[in-house]
Each structure stands twice: as structure tokens, then as C-alpha cells.
Design a protein around this ligand. Structure first.
Ligand code: CP
Ligand code: NVA
Length: 300
């Protein structure tokens, strides 16, 4: 059997992504009805976290428990990974003990290397370059609250970071237009932009980018690992805060999403999360259902 990994969104075909989004909605409805569904009984997910997490950790761990299995949290501080045991060895060791591994780390090449040596599915729980699990939830949330995203305009406001990269891939897979509003010098990967072609456009003006958009999304200005650049970034991104007034330029049915954690007063105004166009807690809860759909897809 061919092992499937989930390192970037494009590890899925457009059809598979659509199926996962639909399945996430079904699993959410089953969860609400308190239906017991345990397709992963006695199966174990290893979770390696080299960066902090609330949503990713809790959603994967809760999802595995609900599916009848379990999850093991591994931090480099108290595993041999933190003492220099090679990734290649750790990967092969875990392949003999658990059924899948989720990794959150810095260098994207590290999860690729881990996957190369793994005989079980490897899931990217965020790297410096991609955050595909978050996009599963974001796309599920748009589908749930607004319907089909095909042909719509999404607007990414802020850093051309891991989230932005996964939005670019989502635009390709689900056939929507993506406007990216960022300061000069903070654009996303030129390679990903080139691959996406005309459907993705970079603006240096938030108002022009948001105009007419159906989905507006943003993220912190300094990601994990960029703490030392926080001051400089705050100045560079000052004109890229999402506010209710900026949202007024979007489509009248526009949805606002934020992967969280949010910094009020920086990338969003104090009142943005409580704006009726924002549904960030539905989005956060959907991490659970979207990743359960992913685990089911990879492991059954
Ligand atoms: N959005 C997200 O990945 O949140 P955590 O960092 O809390 O996992
Ligand atoms: N871009 C952010 C996302 C956090 C979920 C980071 O990498 O820190």
C-alpha cells in the first residue's frame, strides 16, 4: 500500500480536498449528535511539537480519542530529538511504534526528510513554509457558512508567510482568486506565486486588495521564530490592519477568518473578532473535524 503524507495542501488532489471538506462536515454533524464512531480504535498518533500550539495539539489529540485511539505528545525538550538524535532515526523508530506522526517544526525540509524515512503517514502541523491543516479548517468553514468558494475572491492581508502559502495552494486546488495584500519585502514565495499563475495577485494596498472579496483572512505579523523581528514588522505592517471599516470594502456577505492566536491592536483592530462578519471560533472548532477527516483518509 502506498503511504500518503500530508506535508502541503497540494498533497491532495482537488477532488480529494473537496471530499475531505464534505467529510469534515459529516463528522461534525455526527459529533454533534454524540454518535460514537471509532474507525481508529487502538491506533496511535505521535505528535512532535518543536513550536507552541493550542489548537493543533488539542484538535489532533481530541480527534484521536474520539476516534477510539490515542495520541502521544512529544516535545524536543524531553525526547532525544532535542539532544541531537537524527530525524532519520527518529522517523524509523516511530514508524515501528505508532500509526501516524504529526510534526510542527521550523524548517519545512525537516518534515520532508522525516517523511522520506517514514513508513507511516506524516502530517505537517505547521512549518515555516506551510500550514495545510489550518487550510482544511478554513475551507471547511467557508463551505459551511457561505457555500462553494469556487470562482470567489479571497483576500489574504498581511505577511506572505506559511498561512499565505497554504492559501495560495488552496486557491489552485479549489479554483478561487486570491488577492494578497502585504508590504514590500514581505511577499510570499516567488516560486509558489509563479505556480499559481494569474489567479493569485499581490497588492501593496490593503484597500485595493480587499475590495469585492468574499473571504478576508489574516494572521500575526511576526510568526513563531520571528520574535526578534516583531518591532520592525509592527512598523512595516501598520497599514495592513484588518478593521470593520476595511471589511466594509469587501463583498456585503464577506466572511472574516483568522487562524489564531490573534494580536488585537496589531493585525486586527480590537473590535474585529466580535464583528458579525468574523467567525473565528467556528473556524477554530473546525480544526477538530477537518483533521478527523484527514486522519480517517490517511489511516483507513
Ligand atoms: N492556528 C493554529 O495552528 O493554532 P495553534 O498554534 O494554537 O495550534
Ligand atoms: N503564521 C503563524 C501561524 C500560527 C498558527 C506562525 O507560524 O506562528
Amino acid at each position: 500500500m502506498n503511504i500518503r503524507h500530508f506535508l502541503t495542501l497540494k498533497d491532495l488532489s482537488p477532488q480529494e480536498l473537496k471530499q475531505l471538506i464534505a467529510r469534515a462536515q459529516e463528522l461534525k454533524a455526527m459529533h454533534r449528535r454524540r454518535e460514537i464512531y471509532e474507525p481508529l480504535k487502538n491506533r496511535v498518533l505521535g505528535m512532535i511539537f518543536e513550536k507552541s500550539s493550542t489548537r493543533t495539539r488539542v484538535s489532533f489529540e481530541a480527534g484521536m480519542i474520539q476516534f477510539g485511539g490515542g495520541a502521544i505528545f512529544l516535545s524536543p525538550r524531553d525526547t532525544q530529538l532535542g539532544r541531537g538524535e537524527p530525524i532519520e532515526d527518529t522517523s524509523r523508530v516511530l514508524s515501528g511504534m505508532v500509526d501516524a506522526v504529526m510534526i510542527r517544526t521550523f524548517d519545512h525540509a525537516a518534515v520532508e526528510r522525516f517523511a522520506e524515512y517514514s513508513s507511516i503517514p506524516v502530517i505537517n502541523g505547521l512549518t515555516d513554509d506551510h500550514h495545510p491543516c489550518q487550510l482544511l479548517a478554513d475551507m471547511q468553514t467557508y463551505a459551511e457558512l457561505r457555500g462553494d468558494i469556487q470562482g470567489k475572491i479571497a483576500c489574504w492581508v498581511g505577511d506572505g508567510n506559511n498561512m499565505c502559502h497554504s492559501y495560495i495552494e488552496a486557491a489552485e486546488l479549489l479554483d478561487f482568486t486570491l488577492h494578497i495584500a502585504c508590504p514590500e519585502g514581505y511577499e510570499p514565495s516567488a516560486e509558489l506565486l509563479a505556480q499559481a499563475g494569474d489567479r493569485v495577485k499581490v497588492f501593496y494596498d490593503a484597500k485595493a486588495a480587499v475590495a469585492g472579496s468574499h473571504l478576508v483572512s489574516t494572521d500575526v505579523w511576526a510568526s513563531m521564530g520571528q520574535e526578534e523581528e516583531a518591532r520592525q514588522r509592527k512598523a512595516a505592517f501598520a497599514a495592513f490592519q484588518v478593521t470593520p471599516a476595511l471589511m466594509d470594502l469587501a463583498d456585503k456577505d464577506a466572511l472574516f477568518l483568522h487562524c489564531l492566536p490573534a494580536h488585537r491592536g496589531e493585525e486586527i483592530s480590537e473590535d474585529m473578532i466580535d464583528d458579525p462578519r468574523a467567525d473565528v471560533f467556528v473556524q477554530a472548532a473546525n480544526r477538530l473535524h477537518a483533521q478527523k477527516a484527514l486522519l480517517e483518509f490517511l489511516l483507513t
